[in-house]
Design a binder for this molecule. Structure first.
Ligand code: MF3
Ligand code: CO
Length: 254
């Protein structure tokens, strides 16, 4: 079932979304050569505490996961695609870092992610991140009333494939609201004109993941971290979006 939100409820989600944006901004600003993912997680925890917000991730256990998620931030470095658990490995010059964060306030969730490079950038990584951001923008642009879910997937997938990038087949976006993960699933590839019709009041997280190499991924022994099988780098970008009569609104904008 899809839970439609009222404008007031969208406003409540935006409160959570602002905290998410602030945590991402501050974690990203803290990221530098020699800093560890655990330290970035600590920055994100401080932001939660300052706003009396709860973590959407800490203790969360989706069907695919063997253990509850142990942190508030996902930090996915280089060939890690998503769901990287923060560890104590210092970031190195040229690392491609994806951070993903979710928070809830008054029972409403926000979820967002971004990718960036620490130190000296490889132009191929800059291109990958730019394509991932373009894919997210295209997906958001397609999130209009009357379109269908397949139009969003098609918009994302078209940008990804035009750049020659891989896309992991089983992971994508999702409905969001009183829970971080609600119906529907928002796939990163799709057929135009197919799937659920988009309606005012739907809140969805759109989250393209692009690989420099092939589509294939594997899961680390930790049961969480997804990595490209060929070792090529991956980028991730995500926003929580409200579908409204006035077009798509980004609820996780700073
Ligand atoms: N944006 C990610 C997702 O929707 C965040 C999940 S991390 C988890 O899958 F730890 F909460 F699972
Ligand atoms: Co998400």
């Amino acid at each position: 079932m899809i839970e439609l939100k009222t404008p007031r409820e969208f406003a409540a989600m935006r409160v959570a979304g602002r905290v998410v944006a602030e945590a991402l901004t501050r974690a990203r600003a803290a990221a530098a050569v020699g800093v560890t993912p655990v330290e970035l997680d600590e920055v994100a925890r401080e932001v939660l505490a300052e706003h009396n917000a709860g973590s959407s991730f800490l203790g969360y256990r989706p069907g695919f996961a063997p253990t509850p998620y142990p942190a508030v931030l996902c930090v996915s470095v280089n060939d890690a695609i998503v769901h990287g658990i923060p560890d104590n490995t210092p970031l190195r010059d040229g690392d491609l870092v994806s951070i993903d964060f979710g928070a809830h306030i008054n029972g409403w969730h926000g979820d967002s992610a971004q990718s960036f490079i620490v130190g000296t950038a490889d132009p191929a990584d800059v291109d990958l991140i730019a394509a991932t951001e373009r894919a997210l923008a295209a997906g958001i642009e397609a999130a209009v009333i009357g379109n269908r879910l397949g139009d969003i997937g098609h918009a994302i997938g078209t940008v990804a494939r035009a750049g020659g990038y891989g896309v992991p087949p089983d992971f994508g976006g999702h409905g969001i609201g009183r829970a971080m993960h609600e119906s529907p699933s928002v796939m990163n590839e799709g057929t135009p004109g197919r799937g659920l019709r988009l309606r005012a009041g739907m809140a969805i997280a759109i989250e393209p993941m692009l690989h420099i190499g092939g589509d294939d991924y594997r899961t680390d022994p930790d049961g969480w971290t997804l990595r490209t099988v060929d070792g090529t780098r991956a980028a991730h970008a995500e926003h929580t979006i409200a579908i409204t009569e006035d077009g798509p609104q980004i609820l996780t904008a700073p």
